[in-house]
Ligand binder design. Structure first.
Ligand code: NDP
Length: 446
């Protein structure tokens, strides 16, 4: 019989100094233990260790030259976690905080998330401790090329298909794809999130943020609550935050906050469609800071080095990074009347925060369920590349809605507790786990 605590102790000893990885594994194991113990054959195949430890970890030095002519080095990584149900799939993160622990947690989570999407994708993650912030276009391009010089050996449309994440958007994916093509002479669907003129899918940029809001609507519907008119706190101002905000605005909700790693803005009048267009230009064209919003719209306040979770609202959508809501933040959200939290980021709530949400019986969705829209449309991009066809925006958006709805149904199926409360964490983990586990059992000890 699996004892989650023993497995976790063992992993802690073997992989010391990897707190995010241990945090993610602990949360999943605690919720799947009962289901796992119903299948003695899983135990005989030591399935749990084989699922927690990545298939493969690639680490490499990335050397590039900055504009001043200095030769710089960064670390590059790719974690190929599990390919039981499809080719490895997961984003690349470029941020100075990147290390093995963070990428291992992300690759582990990705495996269950991809399983939940119903599409055939395994789990992976990669990236570098290089941060595009403050770098010139030429520096970003040269870094991406140097990164791909090493990575290209390990990826392929049926092997491993990276995409974007923090610090890797359409610009970086374009440079990575260009270098892959230069090295291999192959035009292949080897990355997703590509530009639409070279195989990218419509709605891929929007998919994660839109998917979060579609999932949120499904959660609210279980309690007959409408999104229109609700006040929403959003953190981050990157890809996920932007499109979560756009969809909320489109559906009549009032978005009060956005943030970046330097602070957050609070606009009591709400960020309307016109102000939102300003944010899109500020972040995506001028690569500016969210502080500038408060200079543009004086009714808004800028709170330096703070997070938005103490403001009064109905809904919170954390869309920046891991562990950005701690137990005290969660208690403040509950005290201020928040009814739903849907995670756009991966693991933004600490274990203490998750407990606060669940004890208060909040509608609470973990990222692996609510932010799965991004990788889902990446999966659809792979399909379109294989077909050599491009679907319309409506076709992709309808498919995305269907997938988010299916994930929600699966969470209800596996996560409904005796008192009727839907434990989305348990639902998502058990549903994601069972599919991967069954595939692994069928494929033998490999
Ligand atoms: P972006 O790089 O586009 O945006 C990230 C945003 O979060 C920026 O506003 C950034 O601010 C802020 N941020 C990053 N790190 C920190 C930090 N340590 N503290 C405070 N703020 C921070 O990334 P994405 O929007 O793509 O990703 C955001 C989250 O969503 C991540 O957790 C990612 O893993 C997750 N996600 C992304 C998907 C996608 O399709 N892109 C899919 C599923 C999940 P600053 O500019 O100051 O760095």
């Amino acid at each position: 019989m699996m004892k989650a605590t023993e497995v976790i102790e063992n992993l802690k000893q073997r992989f010391p100094g990897e707190p995010e990885y241990i945090q993610a594994v602990s949360q999943v194991l605690a919720t799947i233990e009962d289901e796992y113990n119903l299948h003695p054959d899983f135990e005989a195949a030591n399935l749990i260790e084989r699922l927690c430890i990545p298939d493969r970890i690639l680490q490499f030095r990335v050397t590039w030259t900055d504009d001043a002519g200095n030769v710089r080095t960064n670390m590059g990584y790719r974690i190929q976690h599990n390919n039981a149900i499809g080719p490895y799939k997961g984003g690349l993160r470029y941020h100075q905080s990147v290390n093995l622990s963070i990428l291992k947690f992300l690759a582990f989570e990705q495996t269950f998330k991809n399983s939940l999407t119903t599409l055939p994708m395994g789990g992976a993650k990669g990236g570098s401790d290089f941060s595009p912030r403050g770098k010139s276009e030429g520096e970003v391009m040269r870094f991406c090329q140097a990164f791909m010089n090493e990575l290209y050996r390990h990826i392929g449309p049926d092997e491993d298909v990276p995409a974007g994440d923090i610090g890797v958007g359409g610009r970086e994916v374009g440079y990575l794809f260009g270098q892959y093509k230069k090295l291999t002479h192959q035009f292949q669907g080897v990355l997703t999130g590509k530009g639409t003129s070279f195989g990218g899918s419509l709605i891929r940029p929007e998919a994660t943020g839109y998917g979060v809001v579609y999932f949120l609507e499904s959660m609210l519907a279980t309690r007959n609550i409408a999104l229109a008119g609700k006040k929403v706190l959003i953190s981050g101002s990157g890809n996920v935050a932007q499109y979560a905000a756009r969809k909320c605005i489109e559906l009549g909700a009032k978005v009060l906050t956005l943030s970046d790693s330097d602070g957050y803005i609070y606009d009591p009048d709400g960020i309307d469609a016109e102000k939102f267009e300003y944010v899109m230009e500020l972040k995506n064209i001028f690569r500016g800071r969210i502080r500038e919003y408060a200079e543009q719209y004086p009714s808004a306040q800028y709170h330096e080095y703070e997070r938005p979770w103490r403001e009064v609202a109905d809904i919170a959508l954390p869309c920046a990074t891991q562990n950005e809501i701690d137990g005290d933040d969660a208690a403040a959200l509950v005290a201020n009347g928040v009814v739903a939290v849907a995670e756009g980021a991966n693991m933004p709530s600490t274990p203490e925060a998750v407990k606060v949400f669940q004890d208060a019986k909040l509608l609470y969705a973990p990222g692996k369920a609510s932010n799965a829209g991004g990788v889902s449309v990446s999966g659809l991009e792979m399909t379109q590349n294989s077909e050599r066809l491009s679907w319309t925006a409506k076709e992709v958006d309808d498919y995305l809605k269907r997938i988010m709805n299916d994930i929600h149904e699966n969470c209800i199926r596996y996560g409904t507790e005796p008192d009727g409360y839907i434990n989305y964490v348990k639902g998502a983990n058990v549903a994601g786990f069972m599919k991967v586990a069954k595939a692994m059992m069928s494929q033998g000890i490999v």
